[in-house]
Design a protein around this ligand. Structure first.
Ligand code: CP3
Length: 347
């Protein structure tokens, strides 16, 4: 892409993701483009719903760049959602205020799966996302790298079967136990679509890819190996153009398996210590995380001390982030203290 090939002014995030040493860790935050920013709320209020917002590439680009201007983080993440993939495959959703996503139609039978679009045909339906990447890349002017992302196949599968958020995702888990053949068929089609989609994100300017396996922690280690790690591995093997981060929330039990895939960065939640994570993944991979988002409800002095402790505990080959996304009621000033502490730190 000629118009996206601008030299990066701040490439700290990418250098560390590729395993280089640095004088401080880079920082970005999951859900940094969102409701902690007043300018995000102003932009969001122009649209009747979340999906209308996502379908407007110029607005998505603006939301992507807001945290770069406001917080000075070292990477941008394209403003979008993991649920655009099931939608592109033929399962539309509504984002219900205060409740979250709701799919009017779900996958229950072989025929439902046969009716889905997948691979390149499904990737064709997400042109608005690629357009948002192109605009973002142009407007970022090389200030920081741009992260592209997708849900990992198991998490997308969970929404497609369950049809909405759930504490247990017991319908999706039940499907794995009762219909293993159909489960693999659907996971395969999600995987093909995700690979085609991510390759187009890269062609349109994504400098690194992150996979979000938000519901990893509800599977048993055996199920995770069969129905999740296997497909994440296929995606990692296919994405050779840029580094890839695997964030499997709650799957500390699978860290050795994930470390054996062709990924460069592993995202961590707060349920594991930096020392244990390092021991499980070995010396080569880069770790990302893992401050408990609730730490940002503490006073500023405590936030500073927590950030420094975390950086000391991880040492080199570390990208600072939270263990999950920012919550909407976290104070902007507290987020700023966290970011500024990291940017002032030196190993
Ligand atoms: C599971 C998941 C989803 N979406 C996502 C995940 C994986 C990460 C995670 O575990 O949180 C990923 C996601 N969703 C969003 C981003 C944007 C980029 C960023 O700033 O990180 C990213 C990376 C925007 C969003 N995605 C959503 C919003 C809020 C929508 C609104 O404005 O009403 C935003 C800004 C909606 C969403 N989208 C989803 C849910 C369950 C919800 C409702 C609950 C909630 O609001 O967090 C699905």
């Amino acid at each position: 892409m000629t118009d996206t090939a601008v030299a990066l002014q701040n490439d700290l995030f990418l250098r560390v993701a590729k395993g280089e040493r640095s004088d401080r860790p880079p920082i970005w935050l999951m859900r940094q483009a969102g409701r902690v920013l007043p300018q995000y709320r102003a932009l969001r209020s122009k649209f009747p719903g979340f999906r209308e917002f996502l379908f407007e590439p110029a607005a998505a680009a603006e939301a992507t760049i807001q945290p770069i201007d406001e917080l000075g983080v070292d990477a941008a993440i394209i403003f979008s959602d993991i649920l655009v993939v099931p939608e592109a495959m033929g399962l539309p959703y509504d984002m219900v205020e205060k409740r979250g996503p709701l799919f009017p139609k779900t996958i229950q039978t072989a025929q439902d799966i046969a009716q889905l679009q997948s691979g390149e045909a499904a990737a064709d339906n997400m042109e608005y996302v690629y357009e948002a990447l192109r605009i973002t890349k142009r407007e970022l002017k090389g200030r920081v790298p741009l992260i592209g992302f997708a849900g990992a196949p198991w998490t997308i599968f969970a929404y497609m079967i369950e049809g909405q958020g759930s504490k247990t995702f017991s319908k999706a888990k039940q499907f794995l136990y009762r219909e293993p053949v159909l489960s693999h068929l659907l996971l395969e089609r999600i995987t093909d679509t995700t690979i085609a989609y991510l390759k187009r994100k890269i062609a349109n300017g994504a400098d690194l890819i992150q996979l979000f396996d938000s519901w990893a922690g509800i599977l048993s280690p055996a199920q995770y190996k069969t129905f999740a790690t296997h497909y994440i591995g296929k995606i990692c093997a296919a994405i050779t153009e840029v580094p890839i981060t695997v964030f499997s929330k709650g799957a500390w039990f699978a860290l050795e398996d994930i470390a054996a895939l062709n990924c460069q960065v592993i995202g961590l939640d707060w349920n594991i210590t930096p020392a244990e994570a390092r021991a499980r993944v070995g010396e080569n991979l880069v770790l990302q995380g893992n401050l408990d988002p609730c730490f940002l409800y503490a006073d500023h002095k405590t936030i500073r001390a927590g950030a420094i402790q975390m950086m000391e505990d991880f040492g080199q080959k570390h990208i600072v982030n939270l263990g999950h996304g920012l919550y909407p009621d976290i104070e902007l000033d507290s987020v700023r203290v966290f970011v500024d502490t990291v940017k002032a730190y030196r190993y």
